[in-house]
Write a protein that binds this ligand. Structure first.
Ligand code: GDP
Length: 461
């Protein structure tokens, strides 16, 4: 089998870099040693082979004498490009037909279609950035809230990698000292100060623990907080959801039990994405369709990170509220009780409700208390030790797993140190920790790992 990095030196790949469909322009990207040659063979205007890097050229793409499109060609001469190879970007008119025609021509002239993530994979293999940074490119594209964007951008620019590399360098230093001891064999020398090693490991573990803990927040930032809006039919769930979303997506009606299915939507509150799930009520019912809805509501509640229990303050007594919250079986999950329709109530005994649970009082229809509700939602996320702070945040499950392995390997080193085991065992455990850390940045890789990561990218990235 040919190693993938060898292929890279010969193949020139092509793909549509922008989204498919109609648009003002589309960009087709070529990368590889023959990118400029191949483009030149279909381009009429000037000789691209004689042009400088980072220049743009107007001309036509032709199939024989037929003009396919008027285009702009951007040149990036190796190594000054995204992939560090020759890269050509053809900006053509945004039509699927034109794009297909141009790509077909380029394939005829010797390019081949890029596989998912292949441009970014080449960038990684050519040393443009490390693995964690490459993965951040995918996150950056997928980011749909300001916080997700910030975290991905930090990771892409190497903030996370720098932290991991600093940990690794310190550990490598000790590993080499201990390996040096091994070279001296029988002579009883200790180059590596055991106490200093122990301190370093404790410090590394503390840092890794922080990174591991940041994963909960990272996940929330990347994927949003799944938030269920539960409550009896007619409590005003759809109305509230509509107000939160500011659009008419849920069905609002006066007939109890009409929200039978789930309307899932997302809103970003101060950069944190909440995925709201409106559920059918949880009340016992004879109606079959509704009963299915109730069952699915329970499932949704199980998947939720946060439950917003909405009730009509005119219909539900504080005692009944206590029973309802109990029946949610939310376990450790935070439940935010929200009393709706305060506009219809003459008087409300707020303290009686607040004795049951923390309650917010709102009127969804006239938007009373909505801002307070949003603030409360944010607070719930931040309280679960999810404080954003300023530190590095782990958002990637693969990184999380590697950090956990590192932590465990460091545990073994500590056990080894306290029981005074020989240097070769210590060295093996340290190497295990180094390996796990190296997997994050790609200092250590296997083809399987790379394929797994880059296959998740879209074609053209
Ligand atoms: P769901 O079954 O929980 O989704 O409840 P809906 O959102 O369909 O609301 C049921 C009814 O209550 C509708 O007629 C809404 O207009 C009304 N409603 C919702 N919130 C309020 C409120 O704050 N005040 C008043 N007066 N009516 C409301």
């Amino acid at each position: 089998m040919v190693h993938s990095s060898l292929l890279h030196s010969t193949d020139t790949i092509v793909a549509l870099a922008t989204a498919a469909g109609k648009g003002a322009i589309s960009v087709i990207r070529l990368s590889g040693p023959r990118a400029i040659h191949i483009c030149q063979s279909v381009f009429h205007g000037k000789n691209l082979l004689e042009q400088a890097s980072h220049t743009i050229h107007f001309g036509t793409i032709r199939d024989g004498s037929r003009v396919v499109d008027e285009v702009l060609v951007s040149l990036f001469v190796a190594p000054h490009s995204y992939t560090k190879e020759n890269v050509v970007e053809i900006s053509c008119h945004g039509s699927d037909f034109i794009v297909q025609e141009i790509i077909k021509l380029l394939l005829q002239k010797g390019a081949r279609l890029a596989s998912a993530g292949e441009f970014t994979k080449r960038a990684f293999l050519n040393g443009k950035f490390d693995l964690a940074q490459a993965e951040a490119v995918a996150d950056l594209i997928a980011a749909d809230s300001s916080k997700a964007h910030e975290v991905a951008m930090n990771q892409m620019r190497g903030g996370f990698s720098a932290e991991i590399k600093a940990l690794r360098t310190q550990l490598i230093h000790f590993a080499s000292l201990i390996e040096l001891e091994l070279d001296f064999g029988e002579e009883d020398v200790e180059f590596a100060d055991r106490l200093a090693l122990e301190n370093l490991i404790l410090e590394l573990q503390r840092l890794i623990r922080n990174l591991l803990q940041s994963f909960a927040l990272g996940n929330v930032i990347k994927n949003g907080v799944p938030t269920v809006i539960a409550g009896k039919p007619n409590a005003g769930k759809s109305t509230l959801l509509n107000v939160l979303l500011n659009e008419e997506k849920a069905i609002v009606s006066d007939i109890p039990g009409t929200t039978r299915d789930f309307i899932e939507d997302e809103i970003s509150i101060e950069g944190i994405l909440f995925r709201f799930i409106d559920t059918a009520g949880l009340r016992e019912t004879q109606d079959k369709v509704e009963a299915i809805g109730v069952e699915r509501s329970r499932q949704k509640i199980e998947e939720a990170a946060l439950i917003l229990y909405l009730f009509d303050v005119n219909e539900l007594s504080p005692e009944a509220l206590a029973l309802e919250i109990q029946s949610l079986k939310a376990g450790y999950k935070p439940v935010l009780a929200v009393a709706n329709k305060v506009d219809l109530a003459a008087t409300i005994d707020r303290t009686a409700y607040e004795a049951v649970a923390p309650v917010l009082f709102i009127a969804a229809t006239d938007k009373t208390g909505i801002n307070e509700l949003k603030q409360e939602l944010l607070k719930t996320v931040n309280q679960g030790n999810l404080n954003t702070g300023s530190g590095t945040i782990v958002t990637n499950l693969r990184h999380y797993a590697s950090l956990e392995q590192t932590y465990q390997a460091l545990d073994s080193v500590l056990v080894g140190l306290s029981s005074g085991i020989t240097g070769d065992f210590l060295a093996a455990d340290i190497r295990r920790a180094l390996y796990a850390l190296g997997e994050i940045t790609g200092d250590i890789t296997t083809d399987d790992l790379l394929d797994n990561i880059f296959s998740k990218f879209c074609i053209g990235k």
